[in-house]
Design a protein around this ligand. Structure first.
Ligand code: HEC
Ligand code: HEC
Length: 148
C-alpha cells in the first residue's frame, strides 16, 4: 500500500514538474523539452578595442583572437606577451599583481598557479548581440549622479 502511494506521488510530481518546465521563461527561446537548431558560432572580435566591464570584479574580456595559443604544462602563450618581462616587446598590458599572488597573499616571481589557466576567467570578445539587456551602472556613474 505504502509503495503504491509513493509511486502515485512520484508520478503526480513529475507531471507537475513537466507542466512547470513548459512555462519557464528561458533565453533559449523555446520550452526546455524542445530541441532547437544550435546558433552559429559567433565571430571573434579581433579589433583590439577593449570593452568596459559589465559587472563588478569582472575579469577584462580579451580584445584579440586567441586561436592556437598553447596553455599547458610546457608553455603559456599568453604570458609570452602579458608577463612583466615581455610587456615592452609586446606592448600588451601586464597581468596585474594579483596574478602573482599565491593563496597566502605572497607575491611570487612568476605567475601564480591559481592564475595559470587564463581562459578560466578571461573570455574572448564575440560579435554577438547580448541575450539580455544589462542595467549595470559603474560606481563612478552612481557617484556622479549622486553629486548632482
Ligand atoms: C602576441 C602578444 C599577445 C598574446 C600572445 C596574448 N595577448 Fe592579450 N593582449 C595583447 C595586447 C597587445 C593587448 C592590448 C589590446 C590589443 O592590442 O589587443 C592585449 C589585451 C588583452 C586583454 C585586455 C586587458 C585589459 O586590461 O583590458 C586580456 C584580458 C588579454 N589580452 C588576455 C590574453 C590571454 C588570456 C591570452 C592567451 C590566451 C593572451 N591575451 C595572449 C597581446 C597579446
Ligand atoms: C581566477 C581568475 C583569473 C585568471 C585565471 C586570470 N585572470 Fe587575469 N584578471 C582577473 C581579474 C578578476 C582581473 C581584474 C582585477 C585584477 O587585476 O585582479 C584580471 C586582470 C587581468 C589583466 C588586466 C590587468 C590590469 O592591470 O588592468 C590582464 C592583462 C590579465 N588579467 C591577463 C591574464 C592572463 C594573461 C592570465 C593567464 C596567465 C590571467 N589573466 C589569468 C582574473 C583572472
Amino acid at each position: 500500500m505504502k509503495t503504491r502511494i509513493i509511486a502515485t506521488l512520484i508520478v503526480l510530481l513529475s507531471l507537475a514538474a513537466g507542466a512547470i518546465a513548459q512555462n519557464i521563461a528561458t533565453t533559449r527561446g523555446a520550452a526546455l523539452d524542445t530541441e532547437l537548431k544550435p546558433p552559429q558560432i559567433h565571430r571573434v572580435d579581433n579589433s583590439d578595442v577593449r570593452r568596459k566591464r559589465a559587472y563588478p570584479m569582472q575579469p577584462p574580456t580579451i580584445p584579440h583572437k586567441t586561436d592556437g595559443y598553447q596553455v599547458d604544462m610546457n608553455a603559456n602563450k599568453c604570458m609570452s606577451c602579458h608577463s612583466r618581462r615581455r610587456t615592452e616587446e609586446s606592448q600588451a598590458p601586464m597581468v596585474s599583481v594579483t596574478h602573482y599572488m599565491d593563496r597566502d597573499g605572497n607575491f611570487r616571481a612568476d605567475i601564480s598557479a591559481r592564475r595559470y589557466f587564463c581562459e578560466q576567467c578571461h573570455v574572448v570578445q564575440n560579435q554577438a548581440a547580448p541575450l539580455l539587456a544589462n542595467e549595470f551602472e559603474d560606481i563612478d556613474d552612481l557617484l556622479r549622479a549622486d553629486n548632482k
